[in-house]
Design a protein around this ligand. Structure first.
Ligand code: NAD
Ligand code: TYD
Length: 343
């Protein structure tokens, strides 16, 4: 296979980190450049093994630093850009939306400018199903690629804005692009501010698990490995200019997810604590992945096999989790949850 130079932004985060490891191993002939600012969500200890490989490179930088990004593209002449870097947590976007616009909108526009100026052959923008807004509880309705974008949170609004910019650079300047919109991910190296790793972490420590509202909101869960494989497929075989939804029909209420984790770890449901709901809490997400399946994608995990593997991973990698929850995370948890009332 041909040698290629890939720029992966956000490769120290959860999904980008899993993708970097996937690509370094699957494509030894590719040079992988992981560009990441190492915000609270970025962590390089996960790449201890991968960094020994000579096709892996790390660059600490801000995607919103125009001067640096342009000079990097000029020097490295990347073939592909796979863009994960973002502020990614809905709750943080409700507390302070500004950084979401700065990173997710402005940062993406700067990468698009650099990609256009230096003629890359594919810009793959990793987006989310949350740009479509919410579905009601009718189980026969799904997000398709034609569903209008109606984002409800500052996070999803910033991602939708970046999706529109990516589309516009394709329509206006002919930049070769794809957009993927995936459902909620879970798996190894997931930062414990999100529901699944937060629950695993707290149940392992016999701590209460906060469920927002009545716990009946539904998310469609996909193991991060299957998301990485979908991105690989779209990168190599996606039709230029097209959007692909990614999801494996694993809808669960939040309460079901938390109960599954508690049961698997052999703990008591008394750990569940219902707390004040999230502002603007989207009811339900559910993906129709038919278009991606036609391209040849099939998930390898269902929710039962994926969650069992993930729980075991957290048990086997307790030091990683301990290191994350011992620092600044403690302040975050206190600030985020102390204002919530027990229901
Ligand atoms: P994450 O928060 O775990 O990681 C984000 C990474 O981006 C971190 O390493 C962080 O340091 C880096 N970063 C942040 N600001 C940066 C900047 N200005 N310059 C350079 N690097 C910066 O996020 P994640 O969950 O891995 O999500 C990755 C992407 O996938 C995001 O674009 C997100 O919208 C999308 N996505 C996430 C999910 C999910 O369930 N987590 C689902 C669908 C799509
Ligand atoms: P989250 O993991 O933050 O992902 P997203 O908001 O992007 O879907 O939340 C998943 C669901 O879990 C969402 O409906 C909110 C809910 N939730 C809780 O009930 N308690 C929590 O402590 C967190 C973080 C989320």
């Amino acid at each position: 296979m041909e040698k290629k130079k890939l720029l992966v932004t956000g490769g120290a985060g959860f999904i980008g980190g899993n993708f970097v490891q996937y690509m370094v191993n699957e494509f030894p002939q590719y040079d992988i450049y992981n560009l990441d600012l190492l915000t609270y969500a970025g962590d390089l200890t996960k790449h201890r093994q991968v960094k020994k490989k000579n096709n892996y490179h790390f660059i600490k930088a801000d995607i919103a630093d125009r001067k640096f990004i342009i000079s990097l593209f000029e020097k490295e002449k990347f073939d592909y850009v796979i863009h994960f870097a973002a502020e990614s947590h809905v709750d943080r976007s409700i507390s302070d939306p500004s950084i979401f616009v700065q990173t997710n909108v402005l940062g993406t526009q700067i990468l698009l400018d650099a990609s256009k100026q230096f003629g890359i052959s594919k810009f793959l923008h990793v987006s989310t199903d949350e740009v479509y807004g919410e579905l009601d509880f009718d189980p026969t309705t799904f997000f398709t690629e034609e569903t209008p974008l109606q984002p409800n949170s500052p996070y999803s609004a910033s991602k939708a804005s970046s999706d529109f910019l990516v589309r516009a650079y394709h329509e206006t300047y002919g930049l070769p692009i794809n957009i993927t919109r995936c459902s909620n991910n879970y798996g190894p190296y997931h930062f414990p501010e999100k529901l699944i790793p937060l629950t695993i972490s707290r149940v392992l420590n016999n701590e209460k698990v906060p469920i927002y509202g009545d716990g009946k909101n539904i998310r469609d869960w996909l193991h991060v490995y299957d998301h990485c494989a979908a991105i690989d497929l779209v990168l190599h075989q996606g039709v230029n200019g097209e959007v692909y939804n990614v999801g494996g029909h694993n809808e669960r209420t939040n309460l079901e997810v938390v109960k599954t984790i508690i049961r698997t770890l052999g703990k008591s449901e008394d750990l569940i604590e219902f707390v004040t709901d999230r502002l603007g809490h989207d009811k339900r997400y559910a993906i129709d992945p038919t278009k991606l399946e036609r391209l040849g994608w099939k998930p390898t995990f269902n929710f039962e096999t994926g969650i069992a593997q993930t729980i075991q991973w957290y048990i086997d990698n307790k030091e990683w989790l301990e290191q994350i929850i011992s620092g600044e995370y403690k302040n975050y948890f206190k600030n985020q949850y102390s204002v919530k009332q027990k229901l």
